[in-house]
Ligand binder design. Structure first.
Ligand code: G6P
Length: 611
C-alpha cells in the first residue's frame, strides 16, 4: 500500500507534502520520506524511520516548489531509512512508488550490469535507475517514465521528479490508485484525495495505464498507448470535520462510542415505519435486486467477517449466499450460476485484492456488481454497478469498529429487500420485516446500553494483560462475531487470539485449554444456546477460565471460573451487531493495559493497496 503525495507549485511545497503524508499515514507508517527540487535546482532528499512526525523534524530547512513524498508499509526490505522512499538515481531523479514490481529481480541484474549501484532492498529502486538509464539515452522525463513502465510488470502508482526538469511531476498508475488534484496555479498527485483536503477540492482519477505530466499551470494525461486523454474533473466532498479526537484517548475508542450515531445515520431515510425503503438504495437497486437469485460476496479482513455474518441472514431468508476472501477468490476458477449478484464489502473501497476480484468478476457473467462501502470517492465505488454507502463517517483507527457494525446493518437491510422477493410480498414487507425494522430502530439505544458495561469490561480486561493466547467461541452468526473479536484482540494487543465455532472445540482446541488460555464466548439467547452451554461446560471441566457475554435470560451466572457480563435480550437477527461491541471494548482495554499503539498497531495499515 503506502501513501503518495506530490506537488508542482510556485510556493514551498514541503509543508503541503508533510501535511499530506500525515493524512495518508493510515496507508502505512513504518517510514516516510520526501524529495524536493530546491531553488538552486538541487534534489533534496529526507527520509526517516517511523512516523511522519519524525520526518517533519528533519525537514525545517527544506524549501522547494516541486516535490514528491511517501509514507511506507514495507513489502520488500525491512523498515529502514535506506529502504524508505523516495529512491534516487545519480542524485538527479527521485521516485515514490506504491505497489509491487514483480520483475524487479531481473531488472536489478540488468541494471547492475549497466553499473547502477543499489542502496536498498526494495523492488522500487529498479524503477528510478531504469528511468535514469532512459534519460541518459536522451529522453525527457515523461518519455523515460513512459518507456520504463512498459518494462515493468506488477502494480504501481508512481510519482517522479528530476532536478533537470524542475517544476514537473510525472505520475503513472497501474493497479494502485492515484489521483491528480487541481489547484490555483499549482497541481498535485496523491494516492487518495484525503491527502489534499486543504489545498484542492477538484481532482481527476487516473486510470490503469495512464501517465501524466503535471506542472503548476498544466496537467496532461496520456493513456497506455500514449494518446492524450481527458479524465473527468470531480468535485471532492471530503472535509476535515471528523479527524479530531474530541477528548478521547484514541480514535478506536471514539469510533466504538460513535457506533450509535453511525448506525443511526446508516439507517436514516432507509427505514419506513414497518419496512425498508428500497428506493433509498438508488434508482437501479430494484432491478438489480430483481435479477439477484443468488449472492457471491467478496471482502477482506473485518469486512469479510461482516459478509460471513450476513450469509446466515441471507440463507435464513432463502437466498443462496457464498462468501469468500478476495485474495483467494482471485486465483481460482469459478462456476457462476445465472442470476448471481456479485457483492463486495469494503470500508475503504481501495483494498487491492477486493478491487482485483471485482475486475475479474466483471468478466464472469454475474448479473450485476454491488458494493457496500464507506468512502464515496473510492475505486470500488467507481467500478461497481451500484453502491450502498455505510454512513460510518471517517474511520481512522486501523482496527475497524464502526465500519463493521454499519456494514452489518446495511447488509441486513439488503437481506430484507431480497427476502421480499422470496416470500412474495412485493415491496410492502410483512410482519417479520416490520419486527426486524422495529428492532433496527432500537439498536442504537441497545448499543449505548452495552457501552455502559465498559467499567465491567475494564475489570474483565485485567485478566488478559499477562496472557499470550486467547480463544473466542461462538455459534451460528456469532461464530464470525467471535472471529471478529479475536481479530480485534490480536490486531491491537498482539495477543495470539483464535476463534472457533464452539461445536468444533472438541476436535482440537480443547487440548489447549488451561488456566493460561482465557476463553471468550458470546452467548445470545438463540436456538443454539443450550448447545453452546454444553461447549462451555467442556471448557470448565478442563480448568479453563471463561469470559462470557450472555443474554441476561440465558441462565449463565458468574462463579470462580466464569465471568459473565449480561446483555439485554435482543432479536436474533440484530444480536450479532450488538454482541460485537463488548468484544471491541475488551480488545481496546486489553491493548490499553499492554500499552500498544492502539490506533496504529505494528506492521498493519488501514487500507491495504498491495497484494
Ligand atoms: C485492513 C484493515 C482492516 C480491514 C481490511 C479490509 O487489513 O486494517 O481493518 O478490515 O483491511 O479493508 P476494507 O477497507 O476493504 O474494508
Amino acid at each position: 500500500m503506502c501513501g503518495i503525495v506530490g506537488a508542482a507549485s510556485g510556493r514551498d511545497v514541503t509543508p503541503i507534502l508533510i501535511d499530506g503524508l500525515k493524512r495518508l499515514e493510515y496507508r502505512g507508517y513504518d517510514s516516510a520520506g520526501l524529495a524536493v527540487i530546491d531553488k538552486k535546482c538541487d534534489l533534496v532528499l529526507r527520509r526517516s524511520v517511523g512516523r511522519v512526525a519524525s520526518l517533519e523534524s528533519i525537514c525545517d530547512s527544506v524549501d522547494g516548489s516541486t516535490g514528491i513524498a511517501h509514507t511506507r508499509w514495507a513489502t520488500h526490505g525491512k523498515p529502514a531509512e535506506h529502504n524508505a522512499h523516495p529512491h534516487i538515481s545519480s542524485q538527479t531523479i527521485a521516485v515514490v512508488h506504491n505497489g509491487i514490481i514483480e520483475n524487479h529481480q531481473e531488472l536489478r541484474e540488468e541494471l547492475k550490469e549497466k553499473e547502477f549501484t543499489f542502496r536498498s532492498e526494495t523492488d522500487t529502486e529498479v524503477i528510478v535507475h531504469q528511468i535514469d538509464w532512459h534519460t541518459q539515452q536522451g529522453l525527457d522525463l515523461l518519455n523515460a517514465v513512459q518507456i520504463t513502465i512498459s518494462e515493468l510488470s506488477g502494480a504501481y502508482g508512481l510519482g517522479v521528479v528530476s532536478k533537470k526538469e524542475p517544476g514537473v511531476v510525472i505520475a503513472a498508475r497501474n493497479g494502485s490508485p492515484l489521483l491528480i488534484g487541481l489547484g490555483e496555479k499549482e497541481n498535485f498527485i496523491a494516492s487518495d484525495m484525503s491527502a489534499l483536503i486543504p489545498v484542492s477540492q477538484k481532482y481527476m482519477v487516473m486510470e490503469d495505464g495512464d501517465i501524466a505530466k503535471i506542472t503548476p499551470s498544466s496537467v496532461e494525461v496520456f493513456d497506455r498507448q500514449g494518446n492524450p486523454v481527458e479524465r473527468q474533473v470531480i468535485i471532492s466532498t471530503l472535509s476535515d470535520d471528523e479527524t479530531e479526537l474530541e477528548g478521547y484517548a484514541h480514535f478506536m475508542k471514539k469510533e466504538i462510542h460513535e457506533q450509535t450515531r453511525a448506525i443511526t445515520e446508516t439507517l436514516e431515510d432507509r427505514l419506513g415505519s414497518k419496512s425498508v425503503i428500497e428506493m433509498a438504495f438508488g434508482d437501479e437497486a430494484q432491478e438489480i435486486f430483481d435479477r439477484a437469485k443468488e449472492l457471491k460476496i467478496i471482502a477482506c479482513g473485518t469486512s469479510y467477517y461482516a459478509a460471513s455474518v450476513a450469509r446466515y441472514w441471507f440463507e435464513e431468508f432463502g437466498i443462496k449466499c457464498d462468501v469468500e476472501i478476495a485474495s483467494e477468490y482471485r486465483y481460482r476458477k469459478h462456476v457462476v450460476n445465472e442470476g448471481t449478484l456479485f457483492m463486495t464489502i469494503s470500508q475503504s473501497g481501495e483494498t487491492l485484492d477486493t478491487m482485483a476480484a471485482l475486475e475479474m468478476a466483471k468478466t464472469l457473467g454475474y448479473s450485476n456488481t454491488l458494493c457496500i462501502c464507506n468512502v464515496p470517492e473510492s475505486s470500488l465505488v467507481r467500478a461497481s454497478d451500484l453502491t450502498i454507502f455505510t454512513h460510518a463517517g471517517r474511520e481512522i483507527g486501523v482496527a475497524s469498529t464502526k465500519a463493521f457494525t454499519t456494514q452489518l446493518v446495511t447488509l441486513l437491510m439488503v437481506a430484507i429487500c431480497l427476502r421480499r422477493r422470496k416470500v412474495g410480498n412485493g415491496r410492502a414487507g410483512d410482519a417479520m420485516e416490520a419486527e426486524i425494522v422495529k428492532e433496527l430502530r432500537s439498536l442504537p439505544q441497545m448499543i449505548d446500553n452495552v457501552i455502559d458495561l465498559e467499567e465491567d469490561i475494564i475489570s474483565m480486561s485485567k485478566h488478559f494483560g499477562n496472557k499470550e493466547h486467547a480463544l473466542f467461541l461462538g455459534r451460528g452468526a456469532h461464530y464470525p462475531i467471535a472471529m471478529e473479536g479475536a481479530l480485534k484482540l490480536k490486531e491491537i494487543s498482539y495477543i495470539h487470539a483464535e476463534a472457533y465455532a464452539a461445536g468444533e472445540l472438541k476436535h482440537g482446541p480443547l487440548a489447549l485449554i488451561d488456566e493460561d488460555m482465557p476463553v471468550v464466548a458470546v452467548a445470545p439467547n438463540d436456538e443454539l444456546l443450550e448447545k453452546l452451554k454444553s461447549n462451555l461446560e467442556e471448557v470448565r471441566a478442563r480448568g479453563g477460565k471463561l469470559f462470557v457475554f450472555a443474554d441476561s435470560q440465558a441462565g449463565l451466572i458468574s462463579d470462580e471460573e466464569t465471568m459473565v457480563l449480561n446483555v439485554a435480550p435482543v432479536n436474533n437477527y440484530i444480536a450479532p451487531v450488538l454482541y460485537v461491541v463488548p468484544l471491541q471494548l475488551l480488545a481496546y482495554h486489553v491493548a490499553l493495559i499492554k500499552g500498544t499503539d492502539i490506533d496504529k498497531p505494528r506492521n498493519l495499515a488501514k487500507s491495504v493497496t498491495v497484494e
